[in-house]
Design a protein around this ligand. Structure first.
Ligand code: COA
Length: 358
């Protein structure tokens, strides 16, 4: 029997993350996401994914240095890559990353993770009419990403909010882009090719392309008291509510709560995108309407819902949302490539022929 969408099919043993859809829990290499997103640096999270352990206190320099080196080397490649000619940030990211050669030193997790941040930032910068900004080795990865987009170092509160986001999305079980990366890695191909495939998968609106449309939706709704009516009309027209529903979670995505908390911290620091109250009203309305339409299928907010509100409050334009997702998720993709190479077998499933008989 065909398992539509491979739902429920286990394709790998992994030590990287566990997604418990019934209880709404995400564990990354033995650590709850709530604890990690509350203060772990992106560097430490990357080290956890790539080595299996968080760095000892005071020993975070190694990964920070490797990421900074990756950013510097990628920036040196930037002119030839020319991300600005692409209207879409994910097209730019895919094309620029594809120009890296694994045999040129871009086959390590830190080199690739550094490169994705540089290319995503350069695209956002060039599309806004500026010139790419060179990375700053002295800054942490998240802060430098914002700096390369904006031209100046961000406030600590904005850098911390972005860092919480990057940590939150770095890995998430066998999602579609991670699976794409593992399929390519399983053939013995190089890590650059695996990451390029993953970027292509992440681009789709059913995966990483939803946060931009979530913000479009909030704009279209405008006021909290319009939420219920708007959501009802969308569902009646047969359209999906972006940022709601998930293949695995049968309760609210725990990452939605983590990002909502990061938004709260940002507001306390005086930074507000002004959309949090509206977002909460839309979430309530959408949850209610979806419960009425699909009483047997719990459809609640997913990570993308509050991603949109958080990245907007941090100051990123909506076209940069999906590339920024890749800036975080690439750490997980790289970890899965390592794991696939170390323990996996060629991924080659079967299909059922339903065409005319020969
Ligand atoms: N709005 C309206 N209806 C939705 C919905 C949403 N956000 N999510 C699911 N549904 C509907 C489906 O259309 C399906 O209805 P049908 O049986 O009449 O066709 C039913 O609920 C069950 O869907 P399900 O099997 O749970 O969806 P899935 O596992 O195939 O897809 C998503 C999961 C995430 C692709 C889906 O929920 C979706 O499209 N969400 C919006 C996009 C989004 O937020 N993506 C980011 C994911 S992190």
């Amino acid at each position: 029997m065909t398992r539509s969408g491979l739902e429920g099919v286990v394709v790998a043993d992994t030590r990287l993350s566990e997604v418990d859809g019934e209880r709404g829990r995400l564990v990354v290499a033995g650590h709850d996401i709530e604890g990690l997103a509350g203060g772990t640096s992106f560097e430490a999270l990357a080290e956890l994914l790539w080595t299996g352990a968080l760095p000892q206190a005071g020993a975070q320099g190694r990964t920070r240095e490797a990421l900074a080196e990756g950013r510097a080397r990628a920036f040196a490649r930037l002119e030839a890559a020319g991300p600005g000619r692409f209207a879409d940030g994910m097209d730019a990211l895919r094309a620029t990353t594809a120009q890296l050669a694994a045999d040129d030193g871009f086959d390590t997790p830190a080199a690739l993770t550094g490169a994705v941040a540089v290319f995503a930032a350069a695209w956002a910068r060039v599309r806004a009419g500026g010139r790419p900004v060179a990375p700053d080795r002295s800054l942490p990865h998240a802060a430098d990403y914002l700096r390369m987009i904006e031209g100046e170092a961000p406030t600590p509160a904005r850098a911390a909010a972005l860092e919480a986001y990057l940590v939150t999305v770095a890995d998430h079980g066998m999602n579609a882009s991670t699976f794409a990366a593992r399929v390519v890695a399983s053939t013995g191909s190089d890590p650059v090719s695996a990451i390029v495939a993953a970027i292509g998968a992440l681009k789709g609106p059913l995966h990483g392309g939803a946060p931009g449309p979530v913000l479009d939706m909030l704009d279209a709704i405008g006021e909290p008291d319009q939420a219920a009516q708007w959501v009802e009309a969308e569902l009646a027209a047969g359209r999906r509510i972006m940022g709601m529903g998930h293949r695995i979670y049968r309760v609210r995505d725990p990452r939605a709560a983590v990002l909502e908390a990061a938004l709260g911290r940002l507001e306390q620091a005086g930074v507000t995108g002004g959309r949090l109250a509206l977002a909460r009203a839309v979430e309530r309305a959408a949850e209610g309407a979806l419960r009425a339409k699909y009483p047997d299928r719990a459809l609640a907010a997913n990570v993308e819902f509050y991603t949109a509100v958080l990245l907007d409050a941090v100051g990123l334009g909506r076209t940069a949302f999906s590339p920024t997702f890749a800036v975080g998720r690439v750490a997980g993709w790289c970890a899965h490539v390592l794991e696939q190479r170390a323990t996996g077998r060629l991924i080659r499933p079967a299909s059922r022929y339903v065409g005319p008989p020969g």
